[in-house]
Design a protein around this ligand. Structure first.
Ligand SMILES: Cc1cc2nc3c(=O)[nH]c(=O)nc-3n(C[C@H](O)[C@H](O)[C@H](O)COP(=O)(O)OP(=O)(O)OC[C@H]3O[C@@H](n4cnc5c(N)ncnc54)[C@H](O)[C@@H]3O)c2cc1C
Length: 428
């Protein structure tokens, strides 16, 4: 039997590459260090509660990703296309009234954003929607920060700090708005072009569904690759942590960027991988009564917020908690995400109550999980696209499938996997 194409990593990029290579009748083996498939898109069920490994959503408009998923089978549950902004004990609902006309009155009367800025938001929505995804990532926008771009579109500091910072804290895990304007436009376009959802079975249902498309036995979990193996200047296999060597016709690295750089270094290759990381910590609480009800994402616009954004998941997807319980996800980003568990727990209880004007006794919180994901997304600072890795890694037999080929997102990872499979099939 000939050696398989070995894919290192069973996240979205690796799974998409494996699906395409198998569809082209290539022998494929996917190795993943973790005990289950999915990488950053995983879910654990704890006492009948669906706990995603960090709060995460799917935009149904992601064009590449959706080709690999059966949306009907995922039983997608929709968020309201709106954000509830909480500041100093006051809240305002700002929504996309074009997508959901019932949001019109709330949005018109929302005090958190002035009328001029509401009109600018509408114009920005139209602007982003008219762009193609490639145009969003064009040099015109990729080279400037979100903050600079918003200033250039006429938004003032109050709305930038009071609305965009918490909003993009929720989407880009970056309240500083230092991320490239391309990402702002890309996500604005995705928000306008489709729905924001979670599968009824948790976000991990996405990768479980993808893995189920592969021939049984294709994926080996609990198999950490320590190094690449070369023969006469060509990558011919991988060495696992237990020292076992697996021969490979080709090797595709589909890990996160820091691990890809480490694996490449084992054969003295330097890959131009992004180095910075955006992390977050999500706390999950059950509650007797949620202080932040509804299907919209709640944004904490207070200046010293520790919880950046939060949602009552069971109001969006009742399936997230068996027995009719209420499940809340509260996420910290930036420096607060690194605070210790007790500090985060106390701050989350306090801030959730403050956001919804409720006492802790009425809310009756019980913490059921806390997920830290220090590497949730890589940094996409202005100009990052000029330093993307290439699919061919500069050594025969070695390929890169990764979100870093496009953007740090579910769509970016799907594109990375698809591009790698296509290039490999074309070349071999
Ligand atoms: C909390 C959170 C919130 C997010 N929010 C959103 C969102 O709302 N929308 C959005 O579009 N994106 C979001 N993202 C980003 C999105 O999840 C990622 O961009 C995407 O999942 C990356 O997929 P990937 O396949 O490139 O990498 P990964 O999912 O990281 O997969 C890499 C795999 O490689 C494996 N691996 C690593 N090293 C080795 C080794 N040595 N040997 C074997 N296997 C190895 C890992 O175990 C992992 O399974 C979020 C991410 C997180 C964590």
């Amino acid at each position: 039997m000939s050696a398989p194409i070995v894919i290192i990593g069973a996240g979205i990029a690796g799974l998409v590459a494996a699906i395409d290579l198998q569809a082209a009748r290539r022998e494929v083996l996917v190795l993943d260090a973790a005990p289950d498939v999915g990488g950053r898109v995983r879910t654990t069920v704890v006492n009948g509660l669906i706990i995603d490994h960090g709060f995460q959503v799917l935009f149904t408009a992601y064009p590449t990703l959706k080709r690999y998923l059966d949306f009907d089978a995922l039983a997608l549950r929709k968020f309201l296309p709106a954000a509830r902004i909480a500041r100093d004990g006051q809240t305002s609902l700002i929504g996309d009234a074009l997508a959901n006309p019932s949001l019109l009155l709330d949005t018109i009367f929302a005090r958190a954003v002035g009328l001029g800025d509401k009109l600018r938001l509408l114009a920005l929505r139209r602007f982003a929607q008219q762009l193609t995804i490639d145009e969003c990532f064009g040099a015109r926008f990729a080279g400037i920060s979100t903050r600079e771009f918003l200033h250039a579109r006429g938004f003032g500091t109050p709305v930038i700090d009071g609305f965009f910072a918490p909003f993009y804290g929720g989407i880009l895990l970056d309240r500083t708005l230092a991320t490239s304007a391309s990402i702002l436009l890309f996500t604005f376009k995705m928000l306008a072009d489709g729905d924001t959802v979670v599968p009824a079975g948790g976000i991990g249902a996405l990768t479980q569904q993808m893995a189920a498309r592969l021939t049984p036995g294709t994926v080996r979990t609990g198999a950490a690759v320590r190094s690449l193996v070369t023969t006469n200047g060509r990558v011919t296999g991988v060495r696992l942590d237990d020292d076992a060597v697996i021969a490979a016709a080709q090797v595709v690295i589909a890990t996160d960027a820091p691990m890809a750089a480490r694996l490449a270094a084992t054969v003295s290759l330097t890959l131009p991988e992004p180095t910075g990381a955006r992390g977050c910590t999500t706390l999950y609480f059950t509650a007797r009564r949620s202080p932040i009800p509804g299907k919209a994402l709640w944004l904490n616009a207070d200046h010293n917020a520790i919880v950046s954004h939060a949602v009552t998941l069971t109001d969006v997807a009742p399936e997230y908690a068996a027995g009719g319980r209420t499940l809340i996800a509260a996420t910290s980003v930036g420096r607060p995400a690194d605070f210790d568990d007790d500090m985060l727990d106390a701050a989350a209880r306090r801030e959730l109550c403050l956001m919804g004007n409720m006492t802790a006794d009425t809310a009756g919180f019980e913490r059921v999980a806390l997920w830290r994901v220090p590497y949730s997304q890589y940094e996409q600072a202005p100009g990052w696209r000029e330093h993307r890795p290439s699919i061919a890694c500069g050594m025969p037999g070695l390929w890169r499938a990764s979100e870093t080929l496009h953007s740090s997102s579910l769509e970016g990872a799907a594109r990375g996997g698809e591009m790698a499979a296509k290039a490999l099939l074309h070349a071999t």
